[in-house]
Design a protein around this ligand. Structure first.
Ligand code: SF4
Ligand code: SF4
Length: 274
């Protein structure tokens, strides 16, 4: 992961910063000599929304998806768990979804695959806003797409690849991962790490937890919201982000039921011998 930190630093310090109207030459199609080459031996970070799209496309649970298709790199410098798409154990370390004809999950491919050849950088600063983010070009040696006679703007690429939807879905995750709690150097306990992992990556397990435990007895959650989070993965993920902000950072994003608060207060009073 040190390599990743080094790359981030280089991007922030050296890469030309592109805006939505910046232009570049690129085209990717089945006729390029490098077709599918970029789908091998590659680090693809998965966002919570990527996992929802992929596991639904494949018709499996988030638990099954995580077990079969991901790896969780361990690094003591990581502030929260991250997931990478697991490459196959073949000679070329192919992506599990690449076939001769191309990507078999194309309509639901991850954000990182949609973005290439663009990258998006967020300067690390507790006062940063989305306006500080910038795009940059990632020119992989293997890629012949840059030699194609097709000029387009960053905006064109974003629209063509439906990246806005993915960015919108990724905002909640960014609010958590770029939270001032982490910027201030604070760590999560192992229990809170697990909480983060379940909400962000194992959405079906999170649903089982909510509806199979006393969770709903503890918080004020109206019937409409209960119905939504039972059926809709994206609504559940948004709800999960609120819960993480409450449980990890102590924000007032959830309302604890009055009787629970009273019971807790009573317990505290008894401990203090009042
Ligand atoms: S998910 Fe699709 S586009 Fe992304 S690396 Fe795999 S095969 Fe390629
Ligand atoms: S290497 Fe570049 S041009 Fe070739 S298939 Fe991948 S993205 Fe397209």
């Amino acid at each position: 992961m040190k390599e990743l930190e080094r790359f981030k630093k280089t991007v922030l310090e050296e890469y030309p910063r592109l805006g939505l109207d910046s232009r570049f030459c690129f085209r990717c199609h089945k006729g390029v000599p490098c077709f599918n080459e970029c789908c091998r031996d590659v680090n693809i970070f998965l966002t919570p929304y990527d996992i929802i799209r992929l596991k639904n496309k494949l018709g499996i649970t988030s638990e099954e998806f995580i077990k079969k298709y991901t790896i969780t790199p361990f690094d003591q410098n990581l502030k929260y768990p991250i997931l990478l798409l697991k490459m196959e154990d073949d000679e070329k370390k192919s992506c599990p979804f690449v076939e001769e004809e191309g990507c078999t999950v194309y309509s639901d491919r991850p954000w990182a695959c949609r973005m290439y050849p663009l990258g998006l950088a967020s300067p690390k600063d507790s006062h940063r806003t989305e306006k500080d983010d910038f795009y940059f070009l990632l020119k992989e040696e293997v890629c012949r797409g840059f030699a194609e006679d097709n000029e387009l703007s960053v905006r064109d690429w974003i629209e063509d690849q439906e990246i806005e939807l993915y960015d919108r879905m990724g905002r909640g995750f960014k609010e958590i991962t770029l939270h001032s709690y982490f910027q201030e150097g604070k760590d999560l306990s192992p229990q809170k790490m697990e909480m983060f992992f379940m909400v962000c990556y194992n959405i079906d397990k999170f649903r089982d937890f909510i509806f199979g435990s006393s969770f709903l007895d503890k918080f004020e959650i109206d019937d409409q919201m209960r119905r939504k989070i039972k059926e809709d993965d994206v609504a559940l993920l948004d709800f999960g982000y609120d819960w993480l902000k409450f449980a990890l950072f102590g924000e007032k994003t959830m309302t604890v039921k009055t009787d629970i608060l009273k019971a807790r207060q009573k317990e505290l009073d008894e401990k203090r011998g009042n």
